[in-house]
Design a binder for this molecule. Structure first.
Ligand SMILES: [Cu+2]
Length: 153
């Protein structure tokens, strides 16, 4: 217990300088994303239904609104929930954060490469638990800025 408690204490004090904050909130059954640094940029991300799926999309894995993020930037993820317990999990990054109502789970990550990362809710959160995938599109900073303007329009 003693080493764990001191590790938790110092983890709480850890203050890595972040350049962008993204709030992720789990809902039954979709994710919502909120860029508090980019005024008014928030959106919901639902699973893509079969009728809007295009060639190259992954069935049950793609979303209507992908979350775009810049490469090589310290990003602070604040994960929470609007209702039941969810888990924001991206296996390829080794990330799984519980999304609990009233609690904000924080982690800071710097994507070293551009690409598309897929994930899913990893907490049995209800009847449509399997319908809340996660797609992050990591891109160059200039393209990220263009995407922000596009979403804000
Ligand atoms: Cu869930």
């Amino acid at each position: 217990m003693i080493p764990s408690l001191s590790l938790l204490y110092y983890y709480g004090l850890m203050n890595v300088e972040n350049q962008l904050t993204l709030k992720v909130v789990g809902h039954q059954w979709y994710w919502s994303y909120d860029f508090s640094d980019v005024g008014g940029l928030d959106f919901d991300s639902y699973i893509k239904s079969l009728d809007i799926l295009v060639l190259g999309d992954f069935r049950q894995f793609d979303v209507d609104n992908r979350c775009c993020l810049p490469v090589d930037v310290n990003i602070r993820f604040c994960v929470s929930s609007g209702d039941v317990i969810h888990a924001w999990a991206l296996n390829s990054l080794g990330v799984k954060l519980d999304a609990i109502r009233g609690i904000i789970s924080v982690f800071i990550y710097n994507f070293p490469v551009v690409g598309v990362f897929y994930g899913q809710c990893s907490e049995i959160c209800g009847a449509n638990h399997r319908f809340m995938p996660i797609v992050l599109e990591i891109t160059l900073f200039d393209l990220f800025k263009e995407w922000c303007f596009f979403i804000l329009d």
